[in-house]
Each structure stands twice: as structure tokens, then as C-alpha cells.
Design a protein around this ligand. Structure first.
Ligand code: GAL
Length: 424
């Protein structure tokens, strides 16, 4: 064989290799159902990502299946029924941590994605602690798209100035400011439906017990009946007296609790930083001038995290299309399209921070330097058997404000869920 012929053959082979991956992409067709609770006001980030997916895979028909309801309160129930009934969506939103592992992985309903993490070089790109949250000894079970922060307090700077109120550094300072605001006809802190009260609670618990005490609750190293935990419930009751909990809260989705702050009906709201996404992307307020933020009182230096992720259920009808979706979701480009709109930072460590607003840049800084704990209300720290019953206990506390009885009830719940600390 002549040298020339050999080099032509080699060149042809190389061209073929270069063409194969893109051919494989264009070859993908059929359907892809993506299931989440990012509907309406929560939709823009996912929609932008799906638009990109459509450009990359024009022959895949995507169904953006959403079930409205903040924090997935409604979507989780629908998902559970579908998973139990052997009708999984192709890919679904699930929080990193116990919501993923304690619900779907223990039930053997997810595919191990270790191979995808290795192929895409993600083992070195996602923080180790986050990969741990998505993993068991048997595998890695979903792809994280973001990091949200739970312990943020939101306010409108111009309103605080008008009312002569400072951002409280701890809960005692908040309780001191409470009567001033109430006398001015302002709700000191807005809350909404039950899960938003749980969200507030976890950040009060974090402040009052400290990162170590808070962590110990989930690690089974601290009893719910300990004196400081009972005292924390007492303080939480006092804080609730400075909210709209006894008025219309139960009927308000989180966006409307945020609206109360924006409209000047309330001074503060504690919510995850999807509220920054809502105020910036949907309401058009500029971070800094239009809305302000601070760590939830008493939690400076601590980052209460949660992460949205998507996985590949066993028996997903369109497995190859899911893998293409997960590849985009985990990519730098995908994360930098999604997160600036969502109000979260990228789960990847190499995102382009120049694309992120002032709030998100500060969150990225805190994520890199703060002590990290995980959210109860958003699936990171407790198994479903605990987190799905906790709202009932909260309902009882809202009615009774009895710290002692509530502590005992949560201890019983923790014992049933196998995560109780203290003498048993
Ligand atoms: C969280 C979720 C966020 C956001 C929020 C409000 O659980 O992780 O991405 O959607 O609920 O619905």
C-alpha cells in the first residue's frame, strides 16, 4: 500500500471519528418528559435551558411536565404515585441528599450515573461534599444543576430606612424591632403556606442551636427534648407572633409572602434565594437597590444549602434522550444559562461568575468560605418518613404554641424515622 493511500485512509478514519458524536446527537429523536415543580413564576430558568436543549437536539420532542407548588409539595406526591405505579417520567427534579437517597435510591428505582460523571469529567468539577450527597457506596444517583441557599433574609432597603429599622443581626434584635414595625402597621416578617413556616423554622433552629447543634439533630447525636431545643421552639413561637401566621399565611404561596415585602406590607421574609430569582427575573428589581439581603439572623458565616438535581429512573422510556439532557444539565454552559435566571449558583466549580448578578456573586463567595449545613424543608438532611410528617407537627405547634409538647412529638417522629438522638 502506498504511503499516500495509507494517509488518505487514516484521514478518512479521523474524519469519520470526528463526525460520529455529532451524528449520534442529531440521531437522537423521540420524546423526553422532564418532570419538575418549576411552573409559572418559577419557570424561566428551566425554559431557557430547554430552549438550549432544543437547539442541540432538534428532533427530540420535550414535554415540560410541571406540577405547581413551591418546594415540590404537590409534585412529590404525584411523582411518588407514578414511581410506585411503574410509570416513571424520563427524568425528574429531586433534592440532593435524603430526598433522593432515602426515597428513590433505597427503593432501587434509579440508575447509577457514575459512568456519566466519569465520561463528563464531573468527578473533579462538582464539589466533593455535593457528590457525597448524591451518592451511596453503590453509585452516584443524580446530576446537580445548582446550589440554593436557604438562610437568606430579604428586605427592601428604602422601606427599612423609612421605618427606621436596621437589619437584625440575631433573633433578639428582630424581636426588639417587632413592636416598632407592628405599631407602624407593618408585618415584621411574612410567611406563607406550611412549608414556608418550616423553612423559617429551620433557620431559627440553625441560629439558636448553632451549626453544630443543628447538624447534631440530623446526625442522631442530639435529642429533640434537650433544653436548648425546647427553648428554641419557645423563641420560634415569639417570632411567629411577629408574622402573619395567624392571619392569611396558610393560603399564600411563597411568591406572595415575598410580594408582601416588595409591596411594603412586611419588613422581612426568610426564603431560599429562588426569591432573588423571582425579584430579579420576574419582578425586575435590581439586587442591592431594589432588594436587599442578609444571612438569616444569627446565621452569619453559615450557608444552609440545598441542591436541585435530576436523575435517570430505572425503566425511563427514553433513556438516551435523558442522558443527553443530563449532559447539558451538568455542563458549564447549561449551568450558566440556568442559574443566573433561577437565583442559584452553579453546582460546578468553574462557572463564569461575570454572568451572575451581585446577589449571586455574594452567594458564591459565601458558598466557598462559609460553614455548610443542609436544609430540612428542601430534602437535604432528613429521610422522607421524617420530613413528610414534620409539617403536621408544625401545624400543631402553630395552633398550640406549646414548645414542650412539640419537642416530645418531634422526638417521637425522629425515633420512628430512625434518626433520633439522645437516650433511647
Ligand atoms: C425548592 C427548590 C427550588 C425552588 C423552591 C420553591 O425546594 O429546590 O428550586 O423551586 O423549592 O419552589
Amino acid at each position: 500500500m502506498s504511503k499516500r493511500l495509507v494517509s488518505v485512509i487514516v484521514m478518512c478514519a479521523m474524519m469519520l471519528l470526528a463526525v460520529v458524536p455529532s451524528l449520534a446527537q442529531e440521531d437522537l429523536s423521540g420524546d423526553l418528559e422532564i418532570f419538575s415543580w418549576w411552573a409559572g413564576d418559577e419557570g424561566p430558568a428551566l425554559e431557557a435551558l430547554l430552549e438550549k436543549f432544543g437547539e442541540l437536539h432538534p428532533n427530540i420532542e420535550v414535554e415540560n411536565a410541571t406540577v405547581t407548588g413551591g418546594s415540590g409539595v404537590n409534585a412529590r406526591a404525584v411523582l411518588k404515585t407514578r414511581m410506585l405505579g411503574g410509570d416513571p417520567p424520563d427524568s425528574f427534579q429531586v433534592h440532593a441528599g435524603q430526598e433522593l437517597i432515602g426515597t428513590y435510591v433505597v427503593a432501587d428505582t434509579m440508575e447509577d450515573l457514575t459512568f456519566l460523571f466519569e465520561e463528563e469529567g464531573w468527578m473533579d468539577i462538582f464539589p466533593e461534599g455535593l457528590i457525597d450527597l448524591l451518592s451511596t457506596d453503590e453509585g452516584i444517583w443524580s446530576v446537580p444543576v445548582n446550589i440554593h441557599r436557604s438562610n437568606v433574609m430579604w428586605y427592601i432597603p428604602a422601606n427599612l430606612e423609612e421605618w427606621g429599622v436596621e437589619v437584625p443581626a440575631d433573633w433578639d434584635a428582630f424581636l426588639e424591632a417587632c413592636p416598632t414595625l407592628q405599631e407602624a402597621g407593618v408585618t415584621p416578617m411574612s410567611v406563607g403556606e406550611n412549608w414556608t413556616v418550616v423553612h423559617l423554622w429551620e433557620n431559627v433552629a440553625l441560629a439558636e442551636l448553632g451549626a453544630e447543634g443543628y447538624r447534631a439533630l440530623w446526625a442522631g447525636e442530639k435529642a429533640w427534648t434537650d433544653e436548648d431545643v425546647v427553648a428554641m421552639w419557645d423563641k420560634f413561637g415569639q417570632i411567629l407572633d411577629c408574622t402573619n401566621a395567624d392571619e392569611d399565611a396558610a393560603s399564600l404561596p411563597w411568591q406572595q409572602a415575598t410580594d408582601m415585602v416588595v409591596n411594603g406590607e412586611a419588613a422581612f421574609n426568610i426564603m431560599g434565594d429562588w426569591a432573588a430569582g423571582y425579584m430579579n427575573t420576574t419582578l425586575g428589581l435590581a439586587p442591592g437597590e431594589g432588594f436587599g439581603w442578609a444571612p438569616a439572623p444569627g446565621t452569619e458565616g453559615v450557608f444552609n444549602m440545598l441542591s436541585d438535581s435530576f436523575g435517570l429512573p430505572e425503566g425511563a422510556p427514553n433513556r438516551d434522550n435523558v442522558l443527553a439532557w443530563l449532559r447539558l444539565l451538568g455542563s458549564q454552559e447549561g449551568q450558566d444559562i440556568f442559574n443566573p435566571l433561577k437565583g442559584s449558583i452553579a453546582a460546578r466549580t468553574d462557572s463564569d461568575l461575570s454572568l451572575y448578578n451581585e446577589y449571586l456573586q455574594s452567594a458564591a463567595e459565601d458558598w466557598a468560605s462559609n460553614e455548610i449545613v443542609g436544609s430540612l424543608a428542601h430534602g437535604a438532611v432528613a429521610p422522607e418518613s421524617f420530613s413528610s410528617e414534620f409539617p403536621t407537627v408544625m401545624e400543631q405547634f402553630l395552633a398550640s404554641r406549646n414548645a414542650q409538647a412539640t419537642s416530645a412529638a418531634v422526638q417521637a417522629l425522629a425515633e420512628e424515622a430512625g434518626i433520633a438522638g439522645g437516650e433511647m
